[in-house]
Ligand binder design. Structure first.
Ligand code: F0G
Length: 459
């Protein structure tokens, strides 16, 4: 057996990447107000900002794009999309949306509102924002292992079952419209949730008559981790594992920009017909008619094909291996990363990496800037810039963790690109004492990380 896990594809179409000088990058950072979202993509060599919408589509998907039927109502592309998702999830009502947050906006508008509480292992930022925008509250109940970045455990995305039950009793089941399991847990390091945990969550929910939804963006990666790490699943196929995962759910939201290899798209899948009806009514006034939901027929086609492709084990093996290769390379060099490696990204613990920068000066953001400056690589902070809040006295409340995420687009970069990323990180590591903290100069009240302007704190 060969040891090297090779990319399970060859390249048919290429696009250039953009080289810059160190001086240009310093200037670019200044112009972007030290915010990665304000950088121009043309000034970036390797873009690890996100694995969302950045996948390379297959020749089959491109062929599907040509076959997409653009009928306003009843397009065959919709029925392919619907049947594929029904088959994969076992859920009966399939509602297309323009992306994941489109699905979130609909479900939380229907179920949210003042006084309502949503419980989760960890809500992604757009999910939390949609909940809060409806007037409701979101509570994260991540298992203890999940909050310990460098202590390895197989399923660090699990929800804390004891805390779940305790919170339901405290807040009252009648105030909790949904429990949401984010699979894999993006904000907590791309860590998987075990089948046992999904099942136990469903049992608790059923007992208190609360529906359980899955945020299914990275469902196939999660299923592969279950196959690798959970007893009793080694011999099961990925579609079987996926089907079991969804069998415990009353519905899901999905961003097809992740594990469907699509550049845009998403959906809601729902078990309850009355809830599906309410969602469809809202869909029509916000996203579009029920058989396209904000997407072109060609997108529906590409998503349907991508959802099948992502469950290929050769692909998943390469995917998970490639992420852990980078994680382990950084760990071996003494860079504190979340261990074990997650599915779609490498997460650096910036608090530990840059102990000279206080949390109030955004060590994660400072590190993201240093990585760009050193090697033209774009990453993203998942820490206090993204999740920090203010208390009533306007004092900052930091996030639980200060992470920098290097998200790996699917089927886009080769092994040598990944080796280059490791080299840049090693160089940053050698000169980390020179990295300065940042302060916010301007910010929006919601999702501030997208638009905030920052400046280095001058010592
Ligand atoms: N849920 C999770 C777990 C996500 O990671 C994302 C997006 C969404 C929901 C929203 O989906 O972008 O299609 O509206 N995550 C991207 C990221 C943006 O970079 O992690 P969307």
């Amino acid at each position: 057996m060969m040891k090297t896990i090779i990319e399970p594809f060859r390249i048919k179409s290429v696009e250039p990447i953009y080289f810059t000088t160190a001086e240009e990058r310093i200037k670019n950072l200044e112009n972007a107000h030290y915010n990665m979202f304000r950088l121009h993509a043309k000034d970036i060599l390797i873009d690890l900002l996100t694995d969302s919408g950045t996948s390379a589509m297959s020749s089959q998907q491109w062929a599907g794009i040509m076959q997409g039927d653009e009928s306003y109502a009843g397009s065959p592309s919709f029925f392919l999309f619907e049947n594929t998702i029904k088959k994969i999830t076992g859920l009966p009502y399939i509602i297309p949306t323009h992306q994941g947050r489109g699905a979130e906006k609909i479900i939380f508008t229907v179920l949210g509102g003042e006084g309502k509480i949503f419980l989760s292992n960890t809500l992604f930022d757009t999910t939390r924002a949609n909940i809060e925008f409806s007037g409701a509250t979101g509570i994260d109940l991540l298992c203890k292992e999940g909050t310990q970045p460098t202590i390895p455990a197989p399923f660090k995305g699990n929800i804390d079952l004891q805390a779940l039950e305790k919170t339901i009793l405290e807040k009252g089941a009648e105030n909790i419209p949904l429990v949401i399991l984010t699979i894999t847990n993006n904000s907590g390091g791309g860590q998987p949730v075990s089948m046992e945990n999904i099942k136990a969550t469903q049992q608790i929910c059923q007992h208190y008559k609360i529906p359980m939804f899955i945020d299914a963006c990275r469902f196939a990666e999660n299923a592969y981790f279950i196959k690798l790490r959970e007893k009793g699943y080694a011999e099961k196929s990925i579609p079987e594992i996926v089907r079991e995962m969804f069998s415990y759910a009353d519905g899901c939201t999905m961003s097809a920009k992740k594990d469907a290899f699509a550049n845009i798209g998403g959906f809601l899948a729902i078990k309850d017909d009355a809830l599906a009806m309410q969602c469809r009514n809202l869909l029509i006034i916000t996203e579009g008619f029920t058989t396209y939901g904000g997407l072109a027929g060609r997108d529906l086609e590409a998503i349907a094909i991508g959802l099948e492709e992502v469950m290929d084990e050769n692909y998943l093996q390469y995917r998970i291996q490639s992420t852990s290769y980078l994680t382990n390379k950084l760990a071996d060099a003494g860079i504190p990363v979340i261990l074990p490696s997650g599915g779609h990204a490498v997460y650096i613990d910036a608090k530990q990496f840059l102990p000279h920068i206080p949390v109030s000066q955004f060590p994660g953001q400072a590190l993201a800037c240093a990585i760009y400056k050193t090697g033209g690589i774009r990453s993203v902070e998942i820490g206090s810039l993204m999740f920090g809040k203010y208390d009533e006295q306007q004092q900052p409340i930091p996030a639980n963790m200060e992470l920098v995420r290097l998200a790996i687009p699917r089927r886009v970069y080769t092994q040598s690109h990944i080796d280059y990323v490791a080299e840049v990180l090693l160089e940053v590591n050698e000169r980390k004492n020179e990295i300065q903290g940042l302060k916010i100069m301007e910010e929006a009240p919601l999702l501030r990380h997208f638009t905030a302007k920052l400046q280095p704190v001058v010592a």
